[in-house]
Design a protein around this ligand. Sequence first.
Ligand code: TMP
Ligand code: ASP
Length: 237
Amino acid sequence: MKDKLLYEGKAKQVFTVEGEENLLVLSYKNDATAFNGEKKEEFKGKGRYNNLISAKVFEYLHQNGVKSHFKEALNETEQLVEKTTIIPLEVVVRNVAAGSIVRRIGVEEKTNFTPSLVEFFYKKDELGDPLINDAHALLLTDAKEEELVQIKEMALKVNEVLQNLFKEVNLELVDFKLEFGRNASGDIVLSDEVSPDTCRLWDIETGEKMDKDVFREDLGDLMTVYENILTRLEALK
Ligand code: TMP
Ligand code: ASP
C-alpha cells in the first residue's frame, strides 16, 4: 500500500500510495512538539490515539456534510487520505479565549466569543507562524478572495458540528486549528488532522484541560488524557 516517504512533519509522515497518484497515507508519529518545536518529547501511543481520534472526528464531519481529504483508517497509526496541496494557512477558530489570543490582545482567559472568531496564521516555521490578515493571505497563497470566504465558512461549519460532537462527550471545544488543501480537481477540502494536538478541549464538569496544553504547560500525563478522549468518542454510537 504505502510507497515512498514524501514528507515528514513534526507529528506525521506522509507517504505516496503505489499506483494511486491521488491518494496519500498519513502515518501519525509519537512525537509531541510545542512552541514551534522548541519543546519536544516522545509519547508511546500518541500516534495511535491521534490517528484514531482524528479518524472518528473526520467520519463525524462527513456524516454532517463536511467534505475532507479523509478516506479511512488503515490501521492503528495510519490513515488513507485524498492527496491535496496544502494551502499554507493555519485556520484557527476560537469560541473561548485561551492561548495566544490572551497574550496578543489582552482579553481575559475564558472570555466567550460570540460570534466565534476565525483567524489566519501563515504556516511558515521560520517565521513562527505569524497571524496574518486576508490581504496577506491573498499575497502569500494561491487562494482567491472568494476561496478565503469559503474557507472561513467551512471552518465555522466544522466548529458547529464539532461543538456538538464534543458536547456529547462532555467536552467544551475552546478553539482549534484547521488546514485546507486543494485536491486534483482544484477544489478546496479540509485536510490535515483534527485531534487533541490541534484542539483545546476542556472537561465541561471539571474545567480540566484535556489536550496538548497538558504537555505545553506540564499539567500531567498527556497519554492518560488522550486515551480518555478516545474512550469517550468510542463510547458514542
Ligand atoms: P494558539 O492559542 O496557540 O494560537 O492556538 C490555537 C489553537 O490552534 C489551539 O487549539 C492549538 C492549535 N494549534 C495547532 O494546532 N498548531 C499550532 O502550531 C498552534 C500554535 C496551535
Ligand atoms: N505544533 C507547534 C509546534 O510544534 C506548536 C504548538 O502546537 O504549540 O511547534
